[in-house]
Write a new protein. Structure first.
Lengths: 155, 780
């Protein structure tokens, strides 16, 4: 099995991975980071979005072996010192989650959108979240939360 | 306490763990010694199992156990029960109910039916072994459409059930309705479908089963909406006492009805867990979710309306044929019969009504409740026929609706369908919705669309629905010496936020610290009974149980407070967490009363330590009637058939609102699923082979962020119901009742100049485009 080294939420990790393991599996089953959810097997739902070298990636669509040397952030690594990230805070304030299953991927994608597009507007949020499915909220509160969270991130 | 009181948009307790990735869903649980299972499912819609050979699979690496129908026969395990409230045919004989085993015995009747459970040390080993299980099938002819299933000569799904007929049902005044049609000036008739859809929660189903051979007890953790009823189902299958099965639901990632049922897989897992003496996990994949989660709707309906010359409604006649799939599932036969009948006619005053519902077997995954379970179908039926009536009579659809709504002073009223409509103000809710809808600006927006070559349309759809689900609910509270409280309730949230709203009721009534309330749900060991979730009952029945429990605590707390102050319980007033003697002005805090309840020296005679701990059961007598009104403005591109819902306006009468933020969330989520049904979602089976065509998220479209309109919402709160102590009417399913007719009628309004009068859901671009082309040809 290939041995890979990577950084996950700031911590160095070395792992023996089977070539067929998906990155989501490494995170969930072997590193115990179960905040990254898997909701489908066709890369449609987006519940598994994490950041790989600062970019949003569906971790069910990347092999673990491909993450050798990568800097990875999962939902567990977003809050700092017990304080919610502004995007997490905005999701809570705007009731942008119900069952919570799509939420980790939705938040990670939203943070990436806000980081990549400093002038993020509502249509851009709707477009940007195309790859993230939510079955509970009807999205309106998610859109509101991303706008608020993005503004808070700009400071 | 006001900050956390009833009516406040309190931020959710559960959000912190969901937002930080520390929630515990079924697949996040990893007991020691865990092994894994996969379900081998039927690839055929209808086939005999001639032979099932597991010998090679059993020798594969890591394989521990394979369960098949042979085990089920050898163990004499029982079929799963069906509990349809409508269970007798019109002629009085019982419904045709074939045995529903957890695993196929000698025949398969739908694609996805479990044929074997393969258990191995690892998931991959189980998957590999499943590949080499050899099943010799003899394919049989299949039928997946309920109308065709009822035709003479259709393939017979059950040897002893003639014509695939499950049950028929009627409600209302057949003769009186017939007379209304005879004397009517106008009769309007429409054939329509509520297509087959599925809940598709983002978390698929899954479970972990284990067995303790020392105690003889089973433990099942399960992504379910209903632990008690399903515990009883699994126990009856395995022929064990219910108390030998501890059933718990962890955090559940959405349900919408599809996690209500007692499914086959848990019984298979429990049996295998005992055989292997190891905890076993099964997590369904997305394809299994589409194939083997219960489906919803799927009704083919003829609806007829009788009107007088002024457009007043005289009669409504509805005949529905519902698909229930290959088996009677948990309550499957109820939806197209009683479930769809009750709210027929919506909020309109219709003197004579008659409903006929038939449930038919087909070779599809069985149907069971999906968000609304019959009421969305009924709402769509009445709103489509009203829209068509307006068109055929040349009347303004808004005006036709306005003049036929039940007047406020007609309530309370029992409708011809026997629905007890106690409170509400349908005309007021309708006018408020219309006022929000910016009708004055429509002409300008219409012109703007027209300049771009686009059509614009508007429709308004008032709805009346009702609650359902189990009428009884348990609530219990236990206090801690530090003033904390643990609240246990038998109803449960799969995302709706009861971990927040239930403590709100307790905190509001008792003045105890909201932050110190721990909420427990979904555990058969924590509550003696529990109705789980379904039929928008959480707040109506569960919330009422919490209020009743809190009020019983309050009686005892007043006695204790009076004892501490040496005064009378009747003189105690609780305000801002402090009991005050209204005569002497002496006071004692609720926190101190709770502390005193653990100190025998401070208790009056007859009270024991822990005296405030209270368990109660609330029972609903009559179901509630949530109602409201949706309106929609849409833009349609006639060149591509694409529909964009631009804006929706919604006023709901849910009675008392406990947490408006959560109630808004319920509305918007329901609208999204309603929009999905209106525009894009459909479970499709191949007509000849019975294969599931829409088996993945690549084939079954769910609404995305850019599919959704701007939604503006308001609540009408002036008509709380007296049917329960909270005055709530239920909010969970309303969005699915209002949105589909509002959206579909708005699209047809946009296309009225094109001559399009009807399009079957879902209104995909292709169907819309074809409807325009067909109308063009007919007009030419």
């Amino acid at each position: 099995m290939p041995v890979i080294s990577l950084t996950v939420n700031g911590n160095p990790v070395t792992a023996d991975v089977e070539p067929r393991w998906l990155l989501s599996r490494l995170l969930r089953d072997h590193l115990g980071l179960t905040g990254t959810h898997v909701g489908c097997d066709t890369s449609q739902c987006g519940a598994c979005v994490i950041h790989v070298d600062g970019k949003p990636v569906k971790s069910c669509a990347m092999l673990a072996a491909q993450a050798d040397g990568a800097q990875i952030t999962t939902i567990e690594g977003l809050a700092q010192k017990g304080k919610l990230h502004p995007m997490q805070e905005a999701f809570r304030d705007n009731h942008a989650l119900q069952c919570g299953f799509c939420t980790p991927g939705m938040v990670m994608m939203s943070v990436a959108l806000a980081t990549e597009q400093p002038d993020l507007d509502e249509p851009a949020v709707r477009k940007g979240l195309e790859g993230n499915l939510c079955r509970c909220t009807g999205y309106q509160n998610i859109i509101n939360a991303v706008m608020v969270g993005a503004k808070a991130m700009r400071g | 306490m006001e900050k956390y009181g009833i009516g406040q948009p309190v931020r959710r307790k559960e959000d912190v763990r969901f937002l930080t990735g520390t929630g515990t869903y079924i697949d996040d649980i990893k007991p020691d010694n865990l092994i894994h299972a996969v379900v081998l499912r039927s690839p055929h819609a209808h086939a005999k199992i001639l032979d099932l050979d597991t010998s090679e699979a059993e020798t594969m690496p890591g394989v521990l156990c394979i369960v098949t129908g042979k085990d089920w026969v050898a163990e004499d395990f029982q079929p799963m029960p069906t509990k349809s409230a409508v269970n007798k045919k019109i002629d009085g004989t019982p419904l045709n109910q074939p045995p529903r085993h957890a695993i196929a015995i000698d025949r398969v009747r739908y694609v996805g039916e479990p044929v074997a459970l393969i258990v191995a040390e690892t998931l991959v080993q189980a998957q590999d072994a499943a590949e080499v299980v050899e099943v010799d099938y003899e394919e049989l002819e299949a039928v997946t459409d309920q109308i065709k299933a009822l035709e003479p000569g259709a393939p017979q799904i059950w040897d002893d059930i003639e014509g695939n007929f499950c049950i028929d049902f009627e409600l209302g005044d057949k003769e009186g309705t017939g007379k209304a049609f005879e004397t009517a000036d106008h009769v309007v008739k429409l054939k329509l479908r509520n297509q087959c859809v599925t809940a598709a929660p983002i978390e698929t189903r899954g479970a972990i089963a284990s067995y303790d051979k020392d105690t003889g007890k089973y433990f099942l953790q399960n992504a379910t909406q209903n632990v008690h009823a399903n515990r009883d189902t699994f126990a009856s299958v395995l022929k064990i006492p219910s108390e030998d099965l501890h059933h718990m639901a962890p955090d559940v990632g959405g349900g919408f009805g599809a996690k209500n049922s007692g499914y086959p897989e848990p019984s298979l897992l429990l049996y295998a867990a005992k055989k292997t003496d190891r905890p076993i996990k099964w997590i369904g994949d997305r394809n299994e979710s589409f194939a083997a989660d219960t489906h919803g709707r799927d009704q083919a309906t003829t609806v007829e309306m009788a009107l007088d010359k002024d457009g007043m409604f005289l009669g409504l006649r509805t005949r529905t044929v519902g698909n229930i799939g290959a088996y009677c599932w948990t309550v499957g036969p109820f939806t197209p019969t009683g479930g769809s009948a009750r709210t027929q006619g919506g909020p309109y005053y219709i003197p004579a009504m008659h409903y006929t519902g038939i449930a038919a077997f087909t070779n599809t995954m069985p149907l069971d409740p999906y968000r609304g379970a019959g009421r969305p179908e009924g709402s769509f039926q009445i709103e489509r026929i009203v829209e068509l009536a307006a068109r055929e009579l040349g009347m303004d659809p808004v005006e036709l609706r306005r003049k036929n709504l039940m007047p406020a002073d007609s309530l309370p009223r029992k409708t011809p369908m026997g629905l007890d409509v106690d409170t509400g103000n349908f005309p007021e809710v309708f006018e408020r919705t219309l006022k929000m809808s910016d009708r004055a600006g429509f002409a300008k927006r219409f012109e703007e669309s027209a300049r771009k070559g686009l059509r614009r349309g508007f429709a308004i759809a008032p709805y009346l629905e009702c609650t359902g689900g189990g009428p009884k609910e348990f609530a219990g509270v236990k206090f801690g010496k530090d003033g904390s409280a643990t609240l246990r309730v038998g109803s449960m949230s799969t995302g709706m936020g009861q971990e927040t709203s239930m403590p709100q009721i307790l905190s509001d009534t008792l003045g105890i610290d909201f932050e110190k309330i721990t909420y427990v749900q979904g555990d058969t060991d924590a509550t003696p009974i529990g109705g789980g979730h379904g039929g928008s009952r959480n707040m109506e029945v569960g919330g009422s149980a919490v209020l009743q429990c809190a009020r019983e605590v309050l009686v005892k707390a007043k006695q204790l407070a009076a004892h501490l102050l040496n005064s009378n319980a009747d003189d105690m007033e609780l305000k801002e967490s402090v009991f005050t003697d209204v005569k002497t002005d002496q006071n004692v805090s609720m926190a101190d009363v709770v502390a005193a309840s653990f100190d025998q020296s401070r208790l009056p005679d007859g009270m024991e330590a822990g005296a405030l701990d209270t368990d109660t059961i609330f029972e609903r007598e009559i179901i509630s009637c949530p109602n409201g009104c949706h309106s929609a403005e849409v833009e349609v591109d006639p060149e591509t058939g694409t529909v964009q819902v631009e804006h929706m306006w919604i006023v709901d009468d849910f009675g008392t609102i406990i947490n408006p933020m959560l109630a808004d969330g319920q509305v918007m989520g329901g609208v999204a699923q309603g929009l999905g049904q209106a525009l894009m979602e459909e479970i499709v089976y191949d007509e000849d082979s019975g294969q599931l065509v829409t088996g993945s998220l690549m084939d079954y479209a769910l609404p995305r962020a850019d599919s959704m309109p701007k939604m503006e919402m308001a609540f009408y709160e002036d008509a709380p119901t007296a049917k329960n102590p909270l005055g709530v009417k239920g909010s969970g399913e309303a969005g699915c009742c209002g949105a589909p007719p509002a959206i579909v009628n708005a699209v047809l309004d946009a296309l009225k100049e094109d001559g399009v009068t009807h399009i079957e859901m879902p209104l995909t671009p292709e169907k819309v485009w074809r409807a325009i082309q067909d109308a063009k040809q007919q007009g030419a």
